[in-house]
Design a protein around this ligand. Structure first.
Ligand code: DQA
Length: 145
C-alpha cells in the first residue's frame, strides 16, 4: 500500500514544530514501516511538493490495486485534481484514508474544508504520527473483516 505525503511535509522537524512536532519525515517513514509490518501491510511511503506527482501516484494506486493513506497537506483545501484522482481510488474499490498530523478544524478557517474528505473512505486528524498508525490499523481491520 502507498502512503502519500504532500507539500511541505518533507520539512517535518524544521517546519512549525509546535504544530507538527520535532520528528522528521524520515522518522515518519521509519515509523509507518514498522507499524505496517506489525499489521502485515507492505508500506511504500513517499513525499512530494508537486501536485501532479501525487495525481500520478494515485493513478498508480488504482493500476496496482494499492490501498492509500494520503496526507494531501495544503492541497487538501483546494485541489480538485487531487480530489478527482482520490475518487478514482475509492470508486475502484480500494481504501483511501485521509490523514492529518494536526486537527485542521482547530486552526485557520481556510483549513476547515477538505475537498478530499468527500471521496475518502475515512479521515483521521489531530494525532501527529499516530494519525498514520490509526489509518494503517483501520486499513488492516477492513482487510480482515
Ligand atoms: C496538514 C494540515 C494542512 O492544513 C496543512 O496545509 C499541512 C499539513 C496536517 O497534516 O496537519 O501541510 O495536512
Amino acid at each position: 500500500m502507498l502512503i502519500l505525503n504532500g507539500p511541505n511535509l518533507g520539512r517535518l522537524g524544521v517546519r512549525e514544530p509546535e504544530i507538527y512536532g520535532a520528528d522528521t519525515h524520515a522518522d515518519l517513514v521509519a515509523a509507518v514501516g514498522e507499524w505496517g509490518s506489525g499489521l502485515g501491510l507492505e508500506v511504500d511511503a513517499r513525499q512530494t511538493d508537486d501536485e501532479a506527482q501525487i495525481v500520478r501516484w494515485l493513478h498508480e494506486a488504482v493500476d496496482t490495486r494499492s490501498h492509500v493513506v494520503l496526507n494531501p497537506a495544503a492541497f487538501t483545501h483546494y485541489s480538485y485534481a487531487l480530489r478527482d484522482a482520490a475518487a478514482q481510488v475509492t470508486t475502484s474499490g480500494l481504501l483511501l484514508v485521509e490523514v492529518h498530523l494536526s486537527n485542521p478544524h482547530t486552526r485557520e478557517s481556510f483549513r476547515h474544508y477538505s475537498v478530499v474528505s468527500g471521496v475518502a473512505t475515512g479521515t483521521i486528524a489531530g494525532f501527529g504520527f499516530v494519525s498514520y498508525r490509526l489509518a494503517l490499523a483501520a486499513i488492516a481491520d477492513r482487510l480482515q473483516g
